[in-house]
Design a binder for this molecule. Structure first.
Ligand SMILES: *Cc1c(COP(=O)(O)O)cnc(C)c1O
Length: 449
């Protein structure tokens, strides 16, 4: 049974089991399938609500085979001898509506490249969200810049624009907004703050392929945008990344930098190597996989959005379940993850961990997401490093340590529940299973604590 609407017969059954009284009190959404959700929880030995797996990730397509084999047989594996990386860069730039794209071997190095060409590094302060994949922390720290956190907006899971300005100092040079979980950050506010304080904006769009702010794609709104094509990402290549931008001269510098500092476009040779470089090139066979995967990104994104919207409609009235919100400017999300907040008070104080275990037992994979990573040790290690001690005054580092508290983020880390993106690629019935499983745990909350 799909269980979206209560049929007349089930309505009558429901009335006779006393569920009606609860419905009248508005506690149980009328579409819940009472016979499924009232049964014994799987974690207590009952039947799991769902036995099939959800869609897996990544998928591969036969159209990748021939190009990969022909690259293999040609021996032209590196972009200097081929054309496939260039083709993929053009396809991705066109897809997201940006002038230029330079691929790198992963998203981490895309971010490092963007920081290098914009001269964000040693001794600078960079504002980031604490609620992000650790790579965002790492690129700032590895550049010997100070990662300064602005607290999280718990409703959207994004950096809270109201908390940014209080973190700006004389040394602040850039903001790296992350569209975390594939949900766009509030770019109007962030760009306005950056303009007012003359700060560089590098978008970490490593989870936000095709996400949109007011009709423009995330990654194309700041000075430069960075993407990841790692295995788990929506355009998966195993490893891969890209820097995108509309400033031709800046993008020439990105290209030159990622290719050992060789001349490129406006980066001209005076003699030998004109600029500092590194090697962050993508290989031809990586790009061949990318060209196959890119064909599916739009349809998959549409599906994730539809299913996310449906899931929200199904769970939003369950007490204690607070689905994420999208800012008004969001015209499309990427949904790398589907997040909501779990309020244990409405679940008879069942801990979030117990809730996650109960949900998993029903056949619904889920996670609690990021922890308060600034307490993990890496920040303290960075502050004690030679580079940091040389680049920042003792007084600055003391103040930084004192300010290393983000109450909204800490609370969010305790309450978040995530579903992975591929669960949103299934059918409506798959989404009903997720919603019914949550409902089932809610209805059994007294037995579960
Ligand atoms: C994946 C990711 C990165 C880094 O990308 P890699 O390709 O894994 O190096 C950076 N930031 C965020 C938010 C990410 O999710």
């Amino acid at each position: 049974m799909k269980g979206k609407h209560l049929t007349r017969r089930r309505f009558l059954t429901a009335t006779s089991t006393g569920v009606m009284a609860a419905m009248a009190l508005g506690r149980i959404p009328t579409y819940a399938n009472a016979s499924r959700t009232a049964s014994k929880p799987a974690i207590l030995g009952g039947q799991a609500l769902r036995k099939k797996p959800f869609p897996g990730w990544p998928n591969w397509y036969e159209d990748a085979e021939e190009p990969i084999l022909s690259i293999l047989r040609s021996g032209n594996w590196y972009r200097g001898q081929g054309h496939v990386v260039t083709e993929f860069e053009k396809a991705y730039a066109e897809l997201i509506g940006v002038k230029r794209c330079v691929c790198t071997m992963n998203g981490t190095n895309a971010l490092l490249s963007a920081m290098h060409v914009l001269d964000v590094g040693v001794g600078d302060e960079v504002i980031i969200s604490p609620y992000t994949f650790i790579a965002t922390y790492n690129v700032v720290i590895n550049s010997a810049a100070l990662p300064v956190f602005a607290d999280t907006d718990p409703e959207t899971f994004q950096i809270n624009p109201d908390k940014i300005e209080e973190r700006i100092t004389k040394r602040t040079r850039a903001i790296i907004p992350v569209h975390i979980l594939g949900l766009p950050a509030n770019m109007d506010r962030i760009l306005e703050i950056a303009k007012k304080h003359n700060l560089i904006v590098i978008e970490d769009a490593c989870q936000a392929w095709l996400a949109e702010w007011k009709g423009k794609k995330c990654g194309t709104l700041g000075d430069l945008g960075c993407f990841s094509f790692q295995n788990s990402k929506h355009l998966p290549i195993g490893e891969g990344g890209a820097v995108v931008g509309n400033d031709e001269e800046l993008m020439d510098r990105v290209y030159s930098y990622h290719n050992c500092g060789r001349p490129f476009g406006s980066v001209k040779r005076t003699s030998g190597y004109p600029v500092i470089g590194t090697n962050r090139r993508m290989t031809e066979y990586q790009a061949a996989i990318g060209l196959s995967q890119i064909k599916h990104l739009e349809a998959d994104t549409k599906k994730r959005n539809e299913n996310a919207k449906y899931l929200t409609s199904r769970i939003k009235d369950i007490p204690g379940i607070l689905p994420h919100k999208l800012y008004d400017g969001v015209t499309q999300a990427a949904y790398h993850l589907y997040p909501f907040r779990y309020k244990k008070e409405q679940f008879n104080n069942m801990s979030r961990d117990r809730f996650l275990s109960a949900l998993r037992a029903e056949g619904v994979p889920c996670s609690g997401g990021y922890g308060p990573q600034y307490n993990d040790g890496l920040i303290e290690a960075a502050l004690n490093s030679k580079n940091f001690k040389r680049s920042f005054s003792k007084a600055r580092l003391k103040k930084y340590r004192e300010e290393l508290h983000y109450p909204d983020n800490d609370q969010l880390c305790k309450e978040a529940v995530w579903f992975s993106q591929s669960m949103l690629l299934g059918s409506k019935a798959d989404i009903d299973d997720i919603a019914d499983a949550i409902q089932k745990i809610y209805e059994n909350r007294d037995k579960l604590v």
